[in-house]
Design a protein around this ligand. Structure first.
Ligand code: PGA
Length: 255
């Protein structure tokens, strides 16, 4: 049973895994397994695999996207990729502000904000990741951290553009650790995210924004999250690399 009017979106984040051959093979394996799925399925694939993945997903409802982009339209930025290059390759969305980008590649809220604005300009749907570290949670800084991330990363975004946004709540301590947040923690924090979004864009707009949970989601725990009112979908890393496991997660969404 659907809890709200919001779409349920399950996103796979393949990170730096899968060659073109592996990516297309996995998509072909996944398609028949999710034939009757009621969730919308997004796959964030490596840059090199975008075009071939779009081709492999043709005729299915899988939406292909990217995991990062530069905030400039184009320029002398060796090794970087522009939004318009992603859309040309067929990407429809882009993950921005993932904690691995923030932690390993020093992306600040300001940088993420520029990327969000550029993505919107280029017609790419931003999937904005927010989440607190273990230390921040232990020091009761979760809400302050998340509010600051949302305020700063979404500065200058209009309410109209915000309706197309996806926010992914990913507690940093839960990513790739098997230490998934409890559904209670996820529900409570995502309720808080929606409150912050309401302050930024108004209640009506905030109620339209899909908020996903991410961090050690597995076929075993997916259902528990999806039963929560504030959890409109999942952002899945490790478990999305296996077509079988990812399909089990997708199929745990009841229509
Ligand atoms: P995980 O990763 O599911 O492997 O914890 C989630 C993510 O990084 O988006």
């Amino acid at each position: 049973m659907k809890k709200t009017d919001r779409e349920v979106v399950i996103t796979g984040n393949w990170k730096m895994y899968k060659t073109i051959e592996e990516a297309t093979g996995c998509i072909k394996e996944l398609i028949p397994l999710i034939e009757h799925a009621s969730a919308t399925v997004y796959l964030a694939v490596p840059f090199t695999a975008i075009q071939a993945s779009v081709e492999a997903a043709k005729g299915s409802s899988i939406v292909i996207g990217a995991q990062n982009m530069h905030d400039a339209m184009e320029g002398a930025f060796t090794g970087e990729i522009a939004g318009k290059m992603l859309t040309e390759a067929g990407a429809r969305f882009v993950i921005l502000g993932h904690s691995e980008r923030r932690r390993i590649f020093n992306e600040t809220n300001e940088i993420v904000n520029h990327k969000v604005l550029r993505a919107i300009k280029e017609g790419l749907q931003p999937v904005l990741c927010v989440g607190e570290t273990k230390e921040e949670r232990e020091h009761q800084q979760t809400q302050a951290t998340i509010k600051q991330q949302l305020d700063e990363c979404l500065a200058g975004v209009t309410a109209e553009d915000a309706t197309r946004l996806i926010v992914a709540y990913e507690p940093v301590w839960a990513i790739g650790t098997s230490d998934a947040a409890s559904p209670e923690i996820a529900e409570e924090t995502q309720g808080f995210c929606r409150q912050c979004l309401a302050e930024l864009f108004g209640k009506q707009t905030a109620n339209k924004i899909v908020i996903q949970y991410g961090g050690s989601v597995t076929p075993e725990n997916a259902q528990e999250y999806l039963q929560c009112k504030e959890i409109d979908g999942l952002l899945v890393g490790g478990a999305s690399l296996s077509a079988k496991k990812f399909s089990q997660i997708i199929n745990s969404v009841k229509g």
